[in-house]
Ligand binder design. Structure first.
Ligand code: HEM
Length: 117
């Protein structure tokens, strides 16, 4: 189970890299590119799976802070919504406003919540 959990942590970090790295890479182009959307989807799925496994194991290495997870979940949903809407609007040639920054900035906030809280 630890191997599965650690693989999920690795995927979770790669999803984060896709969103934050994608954001930094395309900031000048103002486009929500596909890796950002897939990264945001991956964060939700791998994050929920990590919480499920950690809750099931519940030893000293796998504790779940429900308040912190609730905050991360809300921010991740905002990131995903901004990425999905920004990407869809971009494909239709419509203005995406600040949706790119909401997605990228929100992901950075979640990294800070994960690392500092
Ligand atoms: C944009 C969305 C997200 C980002 C950027 C993000 C980022 C991160 C990062 C950088 C870590 C590693 C922290 C460390 O090793 O100390 C982490 C860990 C974790 N995240 Fe997220 N996260 C996101 C969404 C979520 C969501 C939605 C959930 C659950 C609902 C979640 C649950 C977890 C859990 C349980 C861990 C701990 C893994 C461990 O045991 O080390 N995350 N997250």
């Amino acid at each position: 189970m630890d191997l599965v959990y650690n693989l999920l942590v690795a995927l979770h970090l790669l999803g984060m890299a896709a969103v934050v790295g994608g954001w930094i890479a395309v900031r000048s182009g103002r486009t929500v590119v596909a890796p950002i959307v897939w990264g945001a989807r991956a964060q939700l799925v791998t994050g929920l799976a990590l919480v499920g496994i950690a809750s099931a194991i519940k030893d000293d290495d796998h504790t779940v802070n429900n308040t912190k997870i609730a905050v991360k979940l809300v921010i991740a949903l905002v990131v995903l919504a901004a990425a999905e809407i920004g990407s869809s609007r971009g494909r239709k040639g419509k203005d995406t406003g600040n949706l790119l920054d909401v997605a990228g900035g929100g992901a950075v906030v979640n990294v800070l919540v994960a690392a500092i809280w």
